[in-house]
Design a protein around this ligand. Structure first.
Ligand SMILES: Cc1ncc(COP(=O)(O)O)c(C=O)c1O
Length: 490
């Protein structure tokens, strides 16, 4: 019997989620010497964990054990939990688990690489993708095929007639249409089922990057026999309140039986002889090595919670919140918002608002929000350089000049925006703090003397450092300047 176990809760309401977020009341230091409650508006990168998810993991930990082939009670229990988590992750997108397999990996990026690595490519193969993609749904395909980017319009929407046009242009060669379910910059939700129908009509598969869609919207991949069926889909637990490292890939079981696994080693075989290997079927053959069992438990607990709240309720709450945020932000002089800004379009937009402030570099806006407003956002190109440049209407010459500067180690003119991204637990007070600080930035009503580090392109107020040791005493932090951090990373 489990000890210390919370009663299994399955009647979650959206109002309960905020108090269930780990660290929701955390106060952080700011430049004026005060502690302010942290406003987390970087959910598009990674969400905080639900306390319920942590509780479920804690309940599991006394039973933690390696999975598959262990004969002890704990290993058998852990195996059942791990296998069950696959089913939960597949059902979350309404996959037919007779025909499809659910593969766990590190994150969405890992899963997209797997599909690209596992495809049986031929000479002139083409992958059609969009200019809107995160690099994770672009670069893995470039390793194997000619990648064609569908253009987007000034507001960031994929030009609808371009899909058919591209299939016609590359007739007979297109293997995949690889599209994002929702943009991590404009929040635009793509009509993935319409795209699926077009792809299938032309004999191609559709892959959907659901990293930004899964936390915000109900997903239904539809039956495999439906022309609008989504063949392959991937999403990440760390964007769904379970940041313990699981990426999910759902796709045709038969497809993963073709060819050899991309990563080989322990756990992927039926039998190995000195000169012979027989691989087991998916998912085991696609999950080489010892898997992340607690991460799978956490993902399943998060899915249970989101499903109990209802993805429709989550979508409606976030839609109301972005309408409130964009309404307020539109009133701030000098603030430009990218992507849809008209309330009638918000049904097709997830909780992401990308913006900039005229006359203030994006990195400086983000630094002021952090150092003085205690607001966590993100700035830059958000791993979607081509899309950001297009939205900013960057001219080719300028883009080339800046590329040269960056290659020379000077990132001071790095193009970019600021992104506020909302989760299901954010509320109007979070928006109000952002809006208050944007007004202050526009008026120059901040106290820091911000300086740029040319190599990283980051701004920070002179003579101000966070004392992290007070907040996380388990590590002794070594102070590193932006330049040092950047040098280490590059
Ligand atoms: C649209 C989109 N696709 C893919 C990814 C990559 O996800 P992960 O970092 O979990 O691999 C992200 C991450 O932000 C994303 O926003």
């Amino acid at each position: 019997m489990l000890t210390n176990t919370l009663p299994v809760k399955c009647d979650w309401k959206i109002e309960e989620l905020r108090s269930n977020i780990a660290g929701i009341d955390t106060k952080v230091p700011t430049l004026d010497g005060t502690l302010k409650p942290y406003v987390f508006l970087d959910n598009g990168a990674s969400t905080p964990a639900l306390k319920h998810v942590i509780d479920v993991m804690n309940d599991f930990m006394p039973f933690y054990s390696g999975v598959h082939r262990g004969t002890g009670f704990k290993s058998i229990l852990a195996t059942k939990v791990f296998d069950e988590a696959h089913g939960i992750a597949g059902k979350f997108v309404n996959a037919d688990l007779e025909k499809n397999t659910v593969i766990f990996g590190k994150n969405t990026t890992d899963m997209i690489n797997k599909v690209a690595n596992r495809c049986q490519w031929q000479g002139e193969d083409v992958v059609i993708t969009t200019l809107m993609e995160h690099h994770s749904n672009d670069l893995p395909w470039r390793k194997y095929a000619k990648v064609v980017h569908l253009p987007v319009d000034d507001r960031g929407y994929v030009e609808s007639e371009s899909v058919e046009r591209a299939f016609e242009q590359y007739k007979g060669h297109v293997r995949f249409l690889a599209v994002t379910g929702a943009s991590n910059i404009t929040g635009i939700v793509n009509p993935i089922h319409e795209y699926a129908e077009i792809a299938h009509k032309h004999g191609a598969h559709i892959f959907v990057d659901a990293a930004q869609l899964a936390p915000h919207r109900k997903i239904d991949v539809l039956p495999d026999s439906d022309p609008r069926h989504i063949d392959f889909i991937a999403y990440s637990a760390h964007k769904m309140y379970a940041p313990f490292g699981i990426g999910v890939l759902v796709g045709s079981r038969d497809w993963f039986c073709l060819g050899d696994p991309d990563a080989v080693g322990g756990g992927v075989v039926d039998i190995v002889e000195e000169d012979f290997v027989a691989f087991s079927g998916p998912p085991a053959s696609e999950e080489a090595g010892s898997p992340n069992v607690p991460g799978a438990v956490a993902l399943a607990a998060a899915i249970h919670t989101l499903e109990a709240v209802g993805m429709d309720a989550i979508g409606a709450h976030e839609q109301e919140l972005i309408a409130y945020a964009i309404g307020k932000m539109k009133e701030i002089p000098g603030v430009n918002i990218y992507g849809p800004v008209d309330e009638s379009e918000f049904g097709g937009k997830v909780g992401v608002v990308a913006f900039d402030v005229e006359g203030v570099p994006h990195a400086k806006v983000a630094a002021i929000l952090s150092a003085e407003g205690a607001i966590g956002v993100r700035n830059g190109c958000f791993c979607a350089h081509p899309y950001v440049k297009r939205l900013l209407q960057f001219d080719e010459c300028m883009a080339k000049e800046i590329t040269e500067e960056i290659l020379d180690g000077n990132r001071s003119r790095l193009p970019g925006m600021v992104r506020a991204s909302f989760g299901c637990y954010n509320n109007r007070e979070d928006v109000d703090r952002l809006v208050e600080w944007l007004h202050r930035i526009v008026k120059g009503d901040y106290i820091g003397d911000y300086e740029i580090d040319m190599r990283s392109g980051e701004y920070w107020p002179k003579n101000f450092e966070f004392d992290f040791t007070t907040y996380f005493p388990h590590f002794q932090f070594r102070h590193r300047s932006f330049a040092e951090v950047y040098d280490e990373a590059s």
